[in-house]
Design a protein around this ligand. Structure first.
Ligand code: GMT
Length: 375
């Protein structure tokens, strides 16, 4: 198939899923065309089946807000016509689904019928999409999509709950490339971070409010009172400086390293004993899956789709959003007994294997075929 992929080319979860999916489809012999405003962050390899088409947004002094959606729709028309694509797959509804809809209408005037699949990732439904300024357009463009997928059962249910959606939504969960995300021998790194055999806790995110990063610091401050430990905070975003201040206020800043944005996440996860994800809302929790694939158990909130990934009492623990004491208690329970910790680590990896890319890729391929056949 010839597949066009539209996504945010940043480190955000939806962009990562879109890019990894595109690379895997190209490996499987499909021709994949990315259409975005920048080269996607993880599109770092050469393949004869991978193409990148930049969306250039022309500016003009009249525009306070350059119309990205129009530029994207026009670029999609151009790419679909000249590359003869079979299907478009847009990741994150806003504004990608409405741009695809507009491109589809324009292409119809050239006698071209291009079906488009919209994948809902999370905040496009649970947060941003519910803003009054976007909701009618989001509802319309989901209903006009030729196929809709959501990354968890919970997100699917939320979509029906918050929007008037009349078409079927297929759940295709996030996936993991176990060749990349697996336990690597990084003993030198572990010794450098934790020279006295301290346990290592890790959090990775974009440090947005929805991630409750201050809870991560508070949980750690409890844990470190009972267990010698270090915390690695990976990523960057608006909440980072508040977290740094909180770490100082709680007297734990010496035990915490803020590493900023990192590419080789799998190397950091390879030295971790526990992953913390206390999110306010989380449609799936890709970062937790990455940790589990590297044999790291997860202490998370029970928000959104997290219970579909993290199995309470097996691969880690689930607690209510904001239950910092409970999350700290669960973390200590896992970390204080080596045999118990190893059992949680083994089960985390077994669970991650359910989401192996090899299992999930055919689900997308079959869904594209189904959508193409029915449109
Ligand atoms: O908020 C983020 O972490 C980024 C966001 C996105 O759409 O870029 O991530 C969402 O999509 C990921 C991939 O499908 C999911 O694994 C994340 O759970 C989801 N984030 C939230 O729902 C907050």
């Amino acid at each position: 198939m010839k597949i066009g992929i539209v996504c945010y080319p940043t480190f955000g979860g939806s962009g990562v899923v879109a890019t990894e999916l595109g690379k895997a489809l190209a490996d499987h012999g499909h021709q994949v065309h990315f259409v975005t405003y920048n080269q996607p962050a993880r599109l770092d390899l050469f393949s004869e089946n991978l193409f990148y088409h930049e969306v250039a947004v022309a500016n003009y002094p009249l525009f306070d807000f350059p119309p990205y959606e129009l530029a994207l729709a026009s670029r999609l028309v151009d790419v679909v016509r000249f590359e003869k694509l079979d299907v478009l797959h847009v990741h994150y509804a806003i504004p990608h689904a409405s741009a695809a809809y507009m491109a589809k209408q324009i292409l119809a005037t050239y006698g071209i019928n291009i079906p488009f699949v919209t994948t809902l990732h999370g905040t496009d439904i649970t947060l941003v999409g519910q803003e009054r300024t976007y909701k009618p357009a989001v509802t319309f463009s989901i209903n006009e999509s030729d196929g809709v997928t959501a990354v968890s059962e919970h997100l699917r249910a939320d979509t029906y709950k918050f929007f008037e959606i009349k078409n079927d939504i297929k759940v295709i969960p996030n996936f993991i490339d176990l060749n990349r995300f697996s336990l690597k021998a990084k003993d030198h790194f572990r010794k450098a971070i934790a020279p006295n055999g301290e346990k290592i806790l890790v959090h990775t995110s974009n440090f947005r409010k929805v991630k409750r990063t201050e809870d991560v610091i508070k949980i750690f401050a409890h844990v470190v009172k009972q267990i010698p430990a270090k915390l690695l905070m990976v990523g960057d975003g608006g909440e980072r400086s508040g977290c740094e201040q909180l770490a100082r206020d709680l007297g734990v800043s010496d035990q915490i390293r803020f590493l900023g944005k990192q590419d080789a996440i799998e190397e950091i996860l390879s030295v971790a004993d526990l992953f913390l994800m206390p999110s306010q809302s989380e449609s799936f929790g890709l970062a937790a899956l990455e940790a589990m694939a590297c044999k790291v158990p997860v202490i998370s909130s029970n928000a959104g789709g997290l219970p579909e990934l993290n199995i309470d009492g097996e691969t880690g623990f689930l607690r209510d959003v904001g239950d910092v004491d409970g999350m700290a208690e669960s973390a200590i329970y896992i970390l204080q007994n080596e045999e118990r910790l190893n059992s949680f680590k083994d089960k985390a990896l077994s669970r991650a294997k359910v989401f192996d890319l090899k299992n999930i890729l055919p689900e997308y391929e079959n869904y594209y075929k189904e959508v193409i056949e029915r449109s």
